[in-house]
Design a protein around this ligand. Sequence first.
Ligand SMILES: Cc1cc2nc3c(=O)[nH]c(=O)nc-3n(C[C@H](O)[C@H](O)[C@H](O)COP(=O)(O)O)c2cc1C
Length: 325
Amino acid sequence: MVNSTREVRMVKKVLAVHFSQTGQAAALLENIVRPLREQADVALTCVRLEVTPPFPFPWPFWRFLDTFPETVHLDPPPLASLPLAGDENFDLIILAYPVWFLSPPPPLTAFLRHPLARAVLRGRAVVTATACRNMWVMAQQTVKQLLLETGARHLDHVALVDRGHALATFITTPRWVLTGRKDAFWGLPAAGVAEEDLRDAGRFGVALLQGLRRNDEKRDTPLLTGLGACKVDTALVASETIGIRSFRIWGRALRALGPPGAPARRALLVFYMLFLLAVIVTVVPLSMLLRRALTPLMGARLERTRQSYEAPSGSGVERLGHDHG
Ligand SMILES: Cc1cc2nc3c(=O)[nH]c(=O)nc-3n(C[C@H](O)[C@H](O)[C@H](O)COP(=O)(O)O)c2cc1C
């Protein structure tokens, strides 16, 4: 293929896959792939994931809660369709997703476990991207593990979060997913990742295009370092670790009582809700106080935790404002 500078370049095949309910993960992916679109040396294939039956939006309250056991136990409904043959040889695969209950959303789990997707992912360079409230670390650990099981080569992760304070988003995010309303109210900010942050994700696409043109995706090194790809808030990691453990334990008990919607599950869900509320108003403030007191003693350990969860792309910003080359 000959491009405008008359250089001869190989056409790079890129697969962009996403699941999104309200469009945030979709917008993130669209902004990442925009620089790759309409390039003579890039062939882009886009796949939107959906399961059958589809999840509702906005969410009825009990349906929302009753979805966590299967989500955290990686037991998704089947994909509605998957327009892949399994023998495509993509140079780069980009996966964009929202976080659900500190886990990958079921449609992404279904994709990562689908035989065709596994065949397509094996040995391929993969970039993951998430747009969520603020807790993406445990979900991404799970996604990394699922990718490892497919034999994919995970090169980078981008994480965009709601800029609102954790206490504000604790109200604005549930309001959004349960009512569909994300506007600012009562002095609280609008819910979701800021439009500007989604738009700025174009920088990752520019860097991916440059990397592909240099065949960098063939090496096992990240392409998006220095671009502020993901920043771990160590203050939230402890809550995430406890949260996912609690979801898994209670999720197992709930699943033992029947499938989603079973009346016995509803009774235990009510109990778990009350338990969670009690934990949130007692244990969480106590653990925050304790953490504040211990932070000076744990500096080096927290730094190691941050770096390991931010791997491979990291939170460095040294390439921002440059041409991303
Ligand atoms: C069922 C459900 C569970 C969620 N759980 C989390 C979570 O654990 N952590 C988080 O940061 N955001 C969570 N969110 C917010 C989503 O990550 C995301 O911001 C929101 O669903 C919008 O994404 P979309 O526009 O791509 O659908 C959750 C949303 C839903 C619907």
